[in-house]
Design a protein around this ligand. Structure first.
Ligand code: NDP
Ligand code: A1CAB
Length: 264
């Protein structure tokens, strides 16, 4: 085995899905641990990887170890596995607030440490991951990490001080985007559109807008202005969004998410 996941829920399985689809590792090179027998069976059936209920088995059988449990369980899990870690291991945290220094300290030995902040669109190969590494991670190690993260979307290597911002703007933001889509679809339903069709229209509008911005590199304000005809329908909606503090609400939400990450 080459890569191991401690925990294989939403994020772990999304990451493994991309890794397998792009042939970064074969099924028999991936070992995952779950907390429950039910989770273990789900990992086996859904992904076909090697499974265990013993977190130490992951460390004994893989040199890249991804901690894909909720942040609250990081300390307990590291306590369990630390005596099996060696300088050859690369330990990868994906939780908000768990800094490189915190991970190094809890592992109690000099190790290659990586911090990633992926997001759930990784499930469909459209993830966005922020990455930073400690000074023991070589160029070759980083290339290996990027091959992994690029298998489920795009990656940006950032200074660690930006990881809370990454967590807010791409780790958490899919939740806010889904709330936005749901609200738009509710409004379309109120106008008489069948719900399934409303999700299609709202989601494709968000997907297309994101694609337009990424592919043209244009300023989002300019793209917004392209939609707003003088005395038209869109600018009326813009007025109402501004009146209701739409931008400020988004700003505050991301600020709150980033601040929460700093405290974790
Ligand atoms: N969800 C998201 O959008 C994002 C999440 N993250 C981070 O990813 C990490 C995982 O989150 P997510 O995938 O959403 O969480 P899930 O709840 O979906 O999955 C957690 C997994 O951890 C397993 N688990 C729990 N306790 C243990 C333990 N002691 N030993 C081994 N396995 C254990 C569970 O096992 P079982 O299957 O048996 O229940 C489950 O497979 C978190 O740190 C989160 O902050 C980062 C970016 C985005
Ligand atoms: O809130 C969470 O649990 C995760 C971390 C980053 C995005 N979502």
């Amino acid at each position: 085995m080459k890569i191991g996941f401690i925990g294989c829920g939403n994020m772990g399985s999304a990451m493994i899905g991309g890794i397998l689809k792009n042939g970064v590792f074969e099924k028999n090179e991936i070992i995952v641990s779950n907390l429950t027998e039910e989770g273990s069976r789900r990992s086996r059936e859904k992904l076909g990887v090697v499974t265990t209920l013993d977190n130490c088995e992951v460390v004994k059988n893989a040199n890249i170890v991804i901690l894909a449990v909720k942040p609250q369980f990081y300390e307990e899990v590291i306590g369990e596995i630390k005596s099996f870690l060696t300088p050859q291991h690369m330990i990868v945290g994906i939780a908000p607030g768990k800094t490189l220094a915190w991970l190094e300290e809890k592992c109690e030995q000099p190790l290659k440490v990586v911090r990633l902040m992926p997001n759930t669109p990784a499930q469909v190969g459209a993830g966005m991951t922020g990455a930073c590494v400690n000074d023991r991670v070589t160029e070759e190690d980083l290339d290996q990490i990027l091959a992994i993260t690029n298998s489920f979307g795009r990656t940006e290597v950032v200074p660690e001080r930006l990881m809370d911002a990454v967590s807010a703007v791409s780790g958490c933001s899919p939740a806010y985007v889904f709330m936005f889509i749901e609200a738009m679809a509710d409004a379309a339903v109120a106008q008489g559109m069948p719900r399934k069709q409303a999700y299609q229209f709202a989601a494709q509008a968000v997907l297309g807008s994101a694609k337009l911005l990424l592919e043209t590199g244009m300023h989002p304000g300019e793209l917004k202005d392209m939609v707003c005809s003088p005395a038209g329908t869109t600018i009326e909606g813009v007025r109402i969004l501004e009146k209701n503090g739409f931008r400020s609400a988004v700003f505050e939400a991301l600020q709150g998410a980033a601040d929460k990450g700093k405290k974790m």
